[in-house]
Design a protein around this ligand. Structure first.
Ligand SMILES: C[S@@+](CC[C@H](N)C(=O)[O-])C[C@H]1O[C@@H](n2cnc3c(N)ncnc32)[C@H](O)[C@@H]1O
Length: 254
């Protein structure tokens, strides 16, 4: 077991604040994670390995799906996260957590068993720069739509910026990641530039136009929608944004 670099080269760190954020994030994503797992065929009696199990939310969800005859093993190198995960899973007899710091070779061994399209995505940087978050608001003027997620988006960028900057000289940080420069950029970028260069925010009409533009520019054939960047957008608005995305935007791209 090697925990020497446990908290140094993982950009989002292992603070209580990060653990709380993981729990909030898991709660929002739970229905989608569960559907993904069911679609992937996870069910009674199966054995699941959760790599990077954090405070245990995904492992606990899998534990419910595999049932009494199945097993879930979560591995993580963050001892504090594991202590919380074990406490939360105290009543789930089919889950256990193991502390270990997976080497790049071990991670490679896991990723090499994934289908190529996933393997490529997960091998990349933790926060891939090619991701284009999409958010749509439940309002009808562009001005109001633009302003509603401002606080949450800027909170997210500052959060990532602080962590990138703080981990720039940590052992395990690779030069190719440019953490100092990317951290500084996230700490100083203003909202106008975010909307120009990084994110698509607006009414459905505006989102359709921008997606058409980026599709032509970048040759995209799919998007990953980030409906609550920063986690500060109220649940009702996130659900409304999802509804608008499905009912008004998606039909334009079929
Ligand atoms: C996004 S968090 C986990 C989220 C978690 N699966 C959940 O259900 O909320 C990623 C986790 O990977 C762990 N991690 C990162 N690099 C690791 C490594 N080399 N070996 C083991 N754990 C690692 C971190 O400590 C962190 O807890």
């Amino acid at each position: 077991m090697n925990t020497a670099s446990a908290t140094t080269d993982y950009v989002l760190g292992s603070s209580d604040q990060e653990h709380d954020r993981l729990i909030r994030q898991a709660k929002t994503l739970a229905p989608y994670t569960e559907r993904l797992f069911r679609d992937a065929g996870i069910g009674p009696g199966q054995h699941v390995l959760d790599v990077g199990s954090g405070v245990g939310d995904v492992a606990l969800l899998a534990s419910g799906l595999v049932g009494e005859t199945g097993r879930v093993v979560g591995v993580d190198r963050d001892a504090n996260a594991l202590a919380k995960a074990r406490a939360r899973a105290a009543r789930a007899a089919n889950v256990r957590f193991i502390e270990t710091d997976l080497s790049p070779q071990q991670r490679e061994a896991v990723f090499s068993r994934l289908p190529p399209e996933y393997a490529t995505r997960f091998r990349g940087p933790i926060l891939p720069t090619e991701t284009i978050p999409v958010h749509m608001m439940n309002v009808f003027t562009e001005e109001a739509a633009r302003e509603e997620p401002r606080e949450s988006i800027m909170h997210l960028l500052r959060y990532i910026g602080e962590r990138l900057a703080a981990s720039a000289t940590a052992s395990g940080a690779r030069q190719i990641e440019n953490r100092a420069e990317r951290g500084q950029k996230n700490l100083t970028i203003d909202y106008e530039e975010v909307l120009r260069e990084r994110m698509i925010v607006g009414t459905p009409g505006r989102v359709i136009d921008r997606l058409q533009e980026v599709r032509e520019e970048l040759g995209l054939d799919g998007i990953l929608a980030e409906l609550n960047p920063g986690s500060l957008i109220p649940h009702a608005q996130v659900m409304r944004a999802l509804e608008l995305l499905c009912k008004e935007v998606m039909p334009q791209f079929k």
